[in-house]
Design a protein around this ligand. Structure first.
Ligand SMILES: Cc1cc2nc3c(=O)[nH]c(=O)nc-3n(C[C@H](O)[C@H](O)[C@H](O)COP(=O)(O)OP(=O)(O)OC[C@H]3O[C@@H](n4cnc5c(N)ncnc54)[C@H](O)[C@@H]3O)c2cc1C
Length: 412
């Protein structure tokens, strides 16, 4: 592999065809990279993950609709897809990636966009049959088969994925219990006002909330029924248990190759790892920040942006301008979005708690918008994103007025 950080690699192997890997390959081609690109993935065809807890789990959409690119895209863009193949070793000294069928792919540079795996419950019975996680399309299919009308579903974890699964299970006719110790969840991500509102939607929809952690899961051998025991001693009977307690990034290829890792692969702002010819992006990467910290983001847009930035890094070009963090979530028939930083105490509410749409803007002491979270107000979030980037100080009265089109905020 190329040890000279300023050289542009000709042969690039991208391991992992999620949104980060596919976006990186698209960006490489759109930036004019004409060399060989091989995209390796353990799955059949690159697909999108957000629908797995929403329309795909509901059965409203099929695999065709969640493909990231059509089949023809690879030939059209001269990209070799190695599907159903695992990369098992990075041979950095000789410049190659070894696959599970023994193939050795020559590479001047490698991009690792290997994502992560769903964390399992670290308790007795956490891996029993009937205890599901949700990360892959196979997970979604297994879960959908179990979420039959009348099934008692215990969802563990009230974060983004847990809340969406609880809402989908309810829509599928299940009797749903949600176990989550931090009530309401998501306060750091959306602020306490929106977190509270979202939380109440669970109970309004008929979900039972249990503010506790799970101690164990047991299975009645004969009938196959599960019981979820909580730390405070409650026993929750279940036909299906779904665990949504976050993501882990296994050391895997990166650690075996001696790359620096710490709860993710450590990379610089150009997504270069501790090896000059190996890059990483997406859920698997922790990007070093100017203040010396390193952070891993676990959202779709971040993975897309980071994939593009890594492509620029591979080519020795300046990365696209970074946008503030943004994510969305759909549950109980509402659309939630948040952008920027919601930690702080100077708030402006556009709308009133208890009615929709509602947007909460988080300002700093000088009146600059740091973050915004909204339920059913996509336009407010799109404009807030621009305000965050520009550092503007819009009039709070204008921000609060529901009758004002958010685009007017840009004019002050
Ligand atoms: C159910 C669900 C719902 C979500 N909903 C939202 C949402 O509403 N909004 C939002 O912002 N974000 C959402 N997310 C998060 C978002 O989908 C992820 O942040 C994003 O998919 C990360 O992309 P990635 O490319 O980094 O990793 P991944 O999508 O995990 O892709 C990594 C790929 O690498 C492959 N791979 C790993 N190791 C190897 C190997 N050794 N060899 C070959 N291939 C390998 C894997 O098979 C996988 O295909 C959701 C995630 C899930 C699971």
């Amino acid at each position: 592999m190329i040890a000279d950080a300023s050289a542009v690699p000709d042969r690039i192997v991208v391991v992992g065809a999620g949104i980060a890997g596919v976006s990186a390959v698209q960006e490489l081609r759109s930036r004019g990279h004409a060399g060989k690109i091989v995209l390796v993935d353990g799955g059949e065809h690159p697909y999108d993950r957000p629908p797995l807890s929403k329309a795909y789990l509901l059965g409203e959409t099929g695999f065709e609709a969640i493909r990231l690119v059509p089949d023809t895209w690879f030939d059209d863009n001269d990209v070799e897809l190695r599907a159903r193949r695992q990369a098992v070793r990075l041979r950095t000294s000789e410049g190659a990636v070894e696959l599970d069928d023994g193939t050795v792919l020559a590479a001047d540079a490698v991009l690792l966009t290997t994502g992560g795996i769903a964390r399992r419950l670290p308790v007795t019975g956490g891996d029993l049959p009937g205890v599901h996680v949700l990360r892959t399309v196979e997970d979604a299919e297994a879960l959908r088969a179990a979420l039959v009308p009348g099934a008692r579903a215990v969802v563990v974890g009230g974060g983004l994925i847990g809340a969406e699964v609880a809402s989908t299970a309810l829509a599928l006719g299940c009797e749903v219990t949600l176990v989550e110790p931090a009530l309401p969840p998501l306060v750091p991500a959306v602020g306490e006002e929106i977190a509270g509102l979202l939380h109440e939607q669970h109970t309004a929809g008929g979900i039972r909330l249990v503010g506790d952690t799970v101690a164990d899961v047991t299975r009645d051998g004969g009938a196959g029924r599960l019981s979820v025991g909580t730390r405070s001693g409650e026993v929750l009977p279940a036909d299906v248990v779904v665990v949504g307690v976050g993501l882990t990034v296994p050391g895997g290829l990166a650690a075996d190759a001696g790359l620096e890792t710490a709860d993710g692969i450590l990379v610089d702002r150009r997504h270069r790892t501790s090896h000059p010819a190996v890059f990483a992006a997406g859920d698997n990467a922790r990007v070093r920040q100017a203040d010396g910290t390193a952070r891993r983001r676990e959202h779709w847009q971040a993975a897309q942006q980071d994939g593009r930035a890594a492509a620029a890094g591979l080519l020795g070009q300046a990365p696209p301008t970074a946008a503030p963090d943004w994510f969305w979530s759909d549950r109980h028939g509402v659309h939630v979005e948040a952008v920027g930083d919601m930690r702080g105490s100077r708030r402006v509410l556009r709308g009133t708690i208890g009615s929709l749409p509602l947007t909460v803007l988080n300002l700093d002491a000088a009146g600059r918008v740091l973050g915004a979270a909204a339920v059913d107000d996509t336009r407010a979030i799109a404009v807030a994103r621009r305000l965050i980037q520009s550092g503007a100080t819009p009039e709070p009265a204008l921000l609060a007025d529901l009758s004002v089109d958010p685009r007017r905020w840009l004019r002050g």
